[in-house]
Design a protein around this ligand. Structure first.
Ligand SMILES: NC(=O)c1ccc[n+]([C@@H]2O[C@H](COP(=O)([O-])OP(=O)(O)OC[C@H]3O[C@@H](n4cnc5c(N)ncnc54)[C@H](O)[C@@H]3O)[C@@H](O)[C@H]2O)c1
Ligand SMILES: O=P(O)(O)OC[C@H](O)CO
Length: 379
């Protein structure tokens, strides 16, 4: 369900009209996901620019149509140009129809703060965000980071894409479906039209807070699932003790936060939870698996070679569940293993020793944090 936006106090910002084809898209981030989306959009005949922080990546990409560090085996369409390492100029940004942010959550605020003064709200590109995390320190969702750095009007027009989508499989054109959410239906529709292909299906919705929370939370439960597998527990344990109970926890956290519980049954919720909790292609699952096998967190992070958002997000989740008073034993166990030195074997044993309880007791939808965020956005 999309909400009716009020136009009273603040301006109703809309992105510029999008061309029917050949949109000019600038992607921030040339990691696994930024470059996989560049490939997908290049494949769909858009004019794609991919900003990278590494000069060597930019040079190598433009010469060989390959990414020096990520998805190394993939040959990218020739209509993608790498740019950087300086952030693009105001003139360049103004020529773009779409700005797509594929950088990890912890770095978003700094980059948006620099970019915001360069944006022209009357000629605003479609703004799309695909990161899945919660900011350390502030425990802010991306919506709030956008509101803080770019203002409420741009945050209301921002669109979020989330769902079960491994970069490696998107570049192989494996059929994939994702959720596309915004407070502004028109913006979600534009993002959906940009990405939708027979092998990449988009489903729109109006609960960006729920989409963001589910995408961030599933990473924490993927760490738990990997941990259980790494310890040698089998399918029953993964699917009952971790995934299904994890879904119940996620839904309770989301409901208390103020999101719709139904969002957690969608692609960004249960879809991505199942995917990430059951595949060694997931970096979050891999972190958990290696912890379960006895490796140290520092050792894992130093060799993973890519971001695992769940590791930092667990800190934000811990703050949120403590503040909301939610009973979330799996998320608490992951926090204790990552940050309090708890032994993984004890963590899983303790989960199994929990007293009997009701299967699902959704908290009242008081929605304090969402209400505060909506107030910040003038909604
Ligand atoms: N990989 C996937 O399959 C996938 C799928 C869906 C969503 N995501 C989400 O997309 C986001 C990016 O993930 P990824 O897989 O591309 O990660 P990655 O580790 O592959 O790449 C990270 C990128 O961030 C850049 N970066 C690092 N520090 C930065 C900074 N200070 N400022 C700007 N950029 C910086 C790196 O140069 C790199 O390009 C994450 O939030 C992730 O959860 C990933
Ligand atoms: O590799 P992960 O654990 O970051 O998961 C990637 C995507 O979020 C899967 O949808």
């Amino acid at each position: 369900m999309f909400r009716q936006l009020r136009s009273s106090a603040s301006k109703m910002v809309r992105s510029k009209p999008q061309p029917l084809q050949n949109s000019k898209v600038l992607i921030f981030g040339a990691g696994n996901f930024g470059s996989c989306l560049a490939s997908h959009l290049g494949d769909s005949q858009h004019d794609v620019f991919m900003w990278a922080r590494e000069q060597s990546l930019v040079n190598y990409f433009n010469e060989h149509h390959r990414n020096l560090f990520y998805l190394k085996d993939h040959i990218f369409p020739s209509n993608i140009t790498a740019v950087g390492p300086e952030l693009p100029s105001k003139e360049f940004l103004n020529q773009m129809d779409v700005l797509l942010f594929a950088i990890p959550t912890q770095f978003l605020r700094a980059n948006l703060s620099i970019l915001h003064p360069q944006l022209d709200v009357d000629n605003l590109p479609l703004m799309i965000f695909v990161n899945k995390g919660i900011e350390i320190g502030t425990h802010a969702l991306t919506l709030e980071i956008i509101a803080d750095t770019c203002g409420a009007d741009i945050a209301k027009a921002a669109t979020f894409i989330s769902g079960p989508s491994f970069a490696k499989e998107i570049v192989e054109r494996q059929p994939t479906s994702v959720s596309v959410a915004s407070f502004t239906e028109e913006e979600a529709d534009k993002a959906s039209a940009l990405f939708h292909q027979p092998h990449f299906r988009c489903y729109t919705g109006g609960d960006p807070i729920g989409i963001e929370l589910s995408g961030a939370l599933k990473n924490v439960y993927a760490i738990a699932s990997g941990m259980s597998d790494g310890l040698g527990y089998k399918n029953n344990t993964r699917h009952s003790v971790i995934i299904t109970r994890g879904l119940a926890e996620m839904t309770c956290i989301g409901t208390a936060y103020g999101a719709s519980p139904l969002t957690f049954l969608g692609l960004s919720g249960v879809g991505d939870l199942f995917l990430t909790c059951s595949s060694s292609n997931s970096r979050n699952y891999t972190v958990g698996y290696r912890l379960g096998q006895g490796e140290s967190l520092d050792g894992i992070m130093n060799t993973l070679g890519s971001v695992a958002e769940g590791v930092s997000t667990t800190k934000g989740v811990k703050k949120i569940i403590d503040e909301l008073g939610i009973n979330a034993p799996i998320a608490n166990s992951v926090y204790d293993v990552l940050y309090n030195g708890k032994d993984t074997q004890n963590a899983v044993r303790e989960l199994m020793a929990l007293p009997p309880s009701k299967e699902l007791e959704l908290p009242p939808t008081a929605g304090g944090p969402a209400r505060q965020l909506l107030r910040k956005l003038g909604l």
